[in-house]
Design a protein around this ligand. Sequence first.
Ligand SMILES: NC(=O)c1ccc[n+]([C@@H]2O[C@H](COP(=O)([O-])OP(=O)(O)OC[C@H]3O[C@@H](n4cnc5c(N)ncnc54)[C@H](OP(=O)(O)O)[C@@H]3O)[C@@H](O)[C@H]2O)c1
Length: 295
Amino acid sequence: MRMKILVFGGSGRSGQVMCRFVRQTGAELLAPLHGECPLENTRAVSDMVLSSGANLVVNCAAVSGLEACGDDPLRAHLINAVAPAAMALLCRHTGARFVHLSTDYVLDGRRAGLKDESTRCRPGCTYAESKREGEMQVMEAFEESIIARVSWICGNPDKPGFPESTVTKALAGQPLSAIADKTSLPTDAEDIARAVLMLAADSSAGGIYHLCAQGEPMSWWDCATIATDEAVHLGALSAPPEIARQKLDEVPFFREPRPRHTAMSCKRLAQHGITMPTAEESIRRAVRRLLRERG
Ligand SMILES: NC(=O)c1ccc[n+]([C@@H]2O[C@H](COP(=O)([O-])OP(=O)(O)OC[C@H]3O[C@@H](n4cnc5c(N)ncnc54)[C@H](OP(=O)(O)O)[C@@H]3O)[C@@H](O)[C@H]2O)c1
């Protein structure tokens, strides 16, 4: 039977790549735009899932900006918690698989080191609270759901992540700075799409998964250094640019608190035979893709 996959948030950074990946597998793709299915409208969500005939629903939609969530907590709660729970409930009803993307920001980020799925959660801002609420409501609505916690998405040149933005600035000769005292693991959206589809195809998969690139936790400064190094290696930059080290607490436009140490290890993913590349490889690949696209 040909797979039919419904993707919410298909215009977003991860959603665009998810949609491309789904098409490449030969599966039938349904990807309603925001305006066609606004997630605050539960009737629209219900009609979409029920009429789709999808055997897999992937939710890449979210209010993903921390400040946007802080400015409108009700909207954050509706889109990041209520809507995914409704999707999960509807999937339980139709028998479809359900995969929901969540975030490393739900974790307790006070201590350094890699965190596996048994690490306690301690959301410290409206975004993280709404995402954690979403995780819990999704599992309560349909316990066979898959929740994939992802981090620092890159690799989509049309919706650049931090490595691509850094290289773009460097190519324009702009001054560079990056936060050096906060760590995670930048992850290629293509690897997220691949792992999500592999998990969804595995009938033994369910519950919360950490889904990110592997390696030692790195800061945005490390990430910027690797990204510009790759641009030098490819001949796009003549020399490594200077990158000023910033402190998390000194960024003026961050109004919401960010957890400091949220790099994840993918213990449960590995139990399903799914491996992820290193964050360094993911960053270099994202830069290669960006430069290829720019010609
Ligand atoms: N980006 C990261 O580095 C990162 C890190 C950790 C976790 N995550 C998680 O990964 C997931 C995907 O993130 P992303 O960066 O790909 O998100 P994104 O680029 O911000 O895209 C969000 C998507 O959701 C849609 N959307 C937002 N509000 C909606 C509404 N009310 N009704 C319908 N659609 C709506 C957007 O459509 P429009 O653009 O048309 O509004 C867009 O397609 C999210 O769950 C996020 O929390 C992301």
